[in-house]
Design a protein around this ligand. Sequence first.
Ligand SMILES: Cc1cc2nc3c(=O)[nH]c(=O)nc-3n(C[C@H](O)[C@H](O)[C@H](O)COP(=O)(O)O)c2cc1C
Length: 221
Amino acid sequence: MDVYEAVRSRRAVRGFTDRQVPRDVLERVLSAAAWSPSGSNLQPWRIYVVTGGPLGELKKRAGERVAAGDPWDERQYEMYPADLKSPYRERRSAFGQERYSALGITHEDWEARQRAAAANWDCFGAPAALFCYIDRDMGRPQWADLGMYLQTVMLLLRAEGLHSCPQMAWSVYRKTVAEIVSPPDELILFCGMSIGFEDVTVKYVRTGRAPLAGTVTFVEG
Ligand SMILES: Cc1cc2nc3c(=O)[nH]c(=O)nc-3n(C[C@H](O)[C@H](O)[C@H](O)COP(=O)(O)O)c2cc1C
């Protein structure tokens, strides 16, 4: 698979089969992703890969919290600015529209949307997940390094025939994740990522993108 194809075919997949992801494939992907760039080569990503019994236990505990209506853990970073301005606000609502219309859920059906969102904490059925942490002392440039690393992982997963879904949703139950992976105190959970083989029976709408001129300016001589 060439890089363009990997980029084009990567999307946030929200339905996986229970087919296991071999450990050697995960090691191959994560060994290659280690070559991602980072400022001064700090390599600030700290990754925990969770599969099998521990992932089952994590999903169970998170599911119990969802069912009990447990409040989310206090935040260690803000997912979005409190007052999302244009054009980001419109992009966010277009995304919500695309995501829920694919599932036949209307904007008004709050309960159905909550149920769909809850699938996050079942990793959308995926048999493998990784959790990406960063040292709390790190600044914005190092958080950006995490993004480069995670995208590299997702593209390499495509090369292995696998799909993924990055999930900030896991940060809201970060204490439950910590019960399973026992990270040192200095680490903050940025996001999880579900990993597995796509369940092609799950409907989705491909999310759109702004036209090139909406995000790119050529300054030419
Ligand atoms: C850092 C990050 C966190 C995300 N968190 C979630 C999440 O918690 N749950 C989810 O379903 N999708 C999540 N997504 C997926 C985005 O919604 C998705 O990437 C975006 O809508 C574009 O769609 P595409 O990836 O399918 O092209 C996240 C993506 C990123 C990059």
